[in-house]
Write a protein that binds this ligand. Structure first.
Ligand code: SIN
Length: 292
């Protein structure tokens, strides 16, 4: 991709091209393996908050360097999802789909790890192997979804809480593809009891309200019948489908995406058949993501 000349007002160190008005930006002319300038790091944090997901092409990062990138935004997490870990790097999750291999169930809208009490603030995802076509990832702006709802519904949702659980997601199906899947499932259940989050939250930096439910992990809204909860959640999730609220990334080898996991949900398309796809993921900032 070629360099762009224009920069977004308010940034003097980054060359930024907004993706669509509601979400996303591509950052040009930056080497993520050399982020020693504090003003650059400050602007990256500011850009992540403003644009919700950032894309960087042509990056070369070792696992240690990817960890350093995550540290710009927060402490790397203990990685509470169930992806395999990179050997020798417990904090680096390996998202790999091989010909006729297993699938993770990430082809559902989700916000990372909302089945835990303290989901991460954000995620750094780095592409090592990408299919010739397909395997795109989409992000939706949870603030844009909230803003699109009628005021009476916004006010009602603000009074509600919802239960989140990994059991509701694609993980149990992933476990069933593994040799010792039954044991892993049992352990996961014991260690991850359902948790409750507000249906609407306020972003701690922007002050913007956002919907904090997602089809993969949100089981039901408390205080409503199953039918009422399903109907209300379906209505909210239908807004996730609106292209106006989405940024869709076509991966290339060495592309990095960094997202604000508070303000977005994402969806990994599963349309690449038997092609190989390999990404390394690091989540960060799990402690009280909504308190700072
Ligand atoms: C994820 O859900 O974090 C993985 C996204 C992807 O594989 O593109």
């Amino acid at each position: 991709m070629s360099k762009i000349e224009s920069v977004v007002p308010g940034y003097t160190h980054l060359s930024i091209e907004p993706y669509i008005p509601n979400i996303g930006a591509t950052i040009y002319d930056i080497d993520l393996s050399k982020l020693d300038s504090e003003p650059v790091r400050d602007e990256l944090r500011k850009a992540l908050t403003e644009f919700q997901v950032l894309f960087f092409r042509n990056q070369t990062l070792s696992p240690e360097q990817q960890l350093e990138v995550a540290k710009v935004f927060g402490d790397p997490d203990k990685a509470k999802a169930f992806f395999p870990r990179l050997e020798g790097h417990k904090l680096v999750e390996v998202i790999e789909t091989k010909p006729s291999g297993h699938r993770y169930g990430t082809d559902q809208w989700h916000t990372d790890i909302t089945f835990s009490k303290n989901p991460p603030t954000g995620t750094v995802l780095y592409a090592h192997i990408v299919p010739p076509s397909g395997g795109d990832t989409l992000w939706v702006s949870a603030t844009a979804v909230y803003d699109s709802l009628p005021p009476h519904l916004q006010a009602c949702l603000e009074t509600l809480e919802a239960t989140h659980s990994f059991e509701h997601s694609g993980w149990p199906n992933y476990f069933s593809q593994l040799e010792n899947g039954e044991d892993i499932y049992r352990k996961a259940r014991a260690e991850n009891l359902p948790v409750v989050h507000p249906v609407v939250r306020t972003h701690p930096i922007t002050g913007k309200k956002l919907v904090y439910v997602n089809p993969n992990f949100t089981d039901r809204i408390k205080g409503l019948s199953r039918q009422q909860s399903d109907a209300l959640l379906s209505f909210i999730f239908a807004q996730f489908q609106r292209p106006e609220f989405q940024a869709r990334l076509r991966w290339e080898k060495n592309t990095v995406a960094i997202w604000d996991n508070r303000a977005t949900a994402h969806y990994a398309t599963n349309d690449y058949g038997n092609e190989h796809r390999l990404l390394h993921r690091i989540t960060f900032g799990e402690d009280n993501a909504f308190d700072k």
